[in-house]
Design a protein around this ligand. Structure first.
Ligand code: FMN
Length: 262
């Protein structure tokens, strides 16, 4: 069989196929299934210390379908981060790493702008044996009122500071996940690298309103009459994502801006 193994940021992956943070990484059961299906790595659904502050609603998805074939080409969600207790995640991280020691488990994490909270979150995940971190600075609807997610990711100075806290708390790889909802994606990325992130992940979802229900004149999805712009993903956003990945790669490697000069 062909050898697809790769080393990324010091992480040895049996193949370069990694599941992004979201429903397929929502608990140990589905993460285990992904590894049984031979995925090289899984980034878990984003976790935080206090899940009681996270209230997920339903319905929280809306689809864009191609005319004719009805194939889903775009996907909008207003899903928040994981609403499962952090202690449950600690237990599951340990179980997954015990069962799949050679697979790469990346903890996606998000916290408020508080050094103690970030350091505690990083240290407790690290104690469970996760292989790397992805810092979720990017969820577009992820509790901006608490300056979390994209609200943090649109503020390069803050990102540099938070990445510095994380860098001080761990020696394993740390990837800062960028929001596309910003004019120049390289600015927060550069600040994250300066702060100590060892890699950049892109992109999270693009702020969107999928449509308007012509009967109720409410945007979709609507929950008990209320709505909020959600995050757009899937095939429809790939060209925009690739443009942003290109800009990041040019910043990091292509235009002579080596890491030391960020
Ligand atoms: C239902 C859903 C939930 C998601 N939850 C998270 C999350 O908890 N943390 C995160 O960093 N990204 C989350 N994402 C974003 C994905 O990881 C990914 O960045 C985004 O969907 C764009 O990639 P894609 O077009 O290949 O799906 C979620 C996406 C979807 C569709």
């Amino acid at each position: 069989m062909a050898d697809l193994s790769v080393v990324v940021d010091g992480l040895k992956l049996p193949n370069p196929f990694v599941i992004g943070s979201g429903p397929p990484g929502t608990n140990a059961n589905v993460i285990g299934k992904a590894f049984d299906e031979n995925w090289g790595g899984v980034i878990c659904k984003t976790v935080s210390l206090d899940a009681s502050k996270v209230v997920n609603v339903a319905p929280r998805y809306a689809r864009m379908r191609a005319q004719g074939t009805k194939e889903v080409i775009g996907w909008q969600n207003i899903e928040l981060i994981s609403d499962r207790a952090f202690e449950t995640w600690e237990d599951e991280f340990k179980k997954i790493k015990d069962k799949y020691p050679d697979r790469v488990l990346i903890a996606s994490v998000m916290e408020e702008c508080n050094k103690d909270a970030w350091v505690e979150l990083i240290e407790r995940c690290q104690d469970c044996g996760v292989d790397a971190f992805e810092l979720n600075f990017s969820c577009p609807h992820g509790m901006p009122e608490r300056k979390m997610g994209a609200a943090m990711g649109q503020d390069p100075e803050l990102l540099e500071e938070v990445c510095g806290w994380v860098h001080g708390a761990t020696k394993i790889p740390v990837w800062a996940k960028m929001t596309p909802n910003i004019t120049h994606i390289v600015d927060p990325a550069r600040a994250s690298l300066r702060g100590g992130a060892t890699g950049i992940a892109a992109i999270n979802t693009i702020l969107s309103v999928m449509g308007v229900n012509l009967e109720t004149l409410r945007p979709e999805p609507t929950v008990e009459g209320y709505s909020v712009p959600g995050g757009y993903s899937c095939k429809a956003v790939r060209p925009i994502a690739l443009r942003m990945v290109m800009e990041l790669a040019q910043m990091m490697y292509g235009d002579g801006t080596a890491e030391g000069e960020l």
